[in-house]
Design a protein around this ligand. Structure first.
Ligand SMILES: [Zn+2]
Length: 98
């Protein structure tokens, strides 16, 4: 028959397990999220997400340095950066000529 002490111990045990699981989830989520943010930031700046090779504004699918193949979303991000870079250069040229 369950006593009040057994129920209390069970609740503490359950809370401990749930708390530990949430802590692990939080730490893993933070680490994975931070890595993903760094990778996205590198691509948005025109660098390889793994070896930081500078794509120098070229639209590549595979990194010539380490051979990493960009995923479709990473390539789209690189494309957006490339379009923005071309616009800035055109504006700079227009500013000088006009
Ligand atoms: Zn690379």
């Amino acid at each position: 028959m369950p006593t009040l002490a057994n129920i209390d111990t069970g609740l503490w045990l359950c809370s401990g397990v749930c708390g530990a699981a949430m802590l692990v989830w939080l730490v893993v989520g933070t680490v994975v999220g931070t890595r993903r943010l760094k990778r996205n930031k590198r691509i948005a700046r025109g660098y390889c997400p793994t070896c930081r090779y500078d794509f120098a504004g070229s639209l590549v699918v595979q990194c010539p340095e380490c051979g990493y193949t960009l995923t479709e979303s990473e390539h789209k991000r690189l494309e957006r950066m490339h379009v923005a870079l071309v616009r800035v250069r055109e504006e700079e040229r227009g500013g000088r000529d006009g």
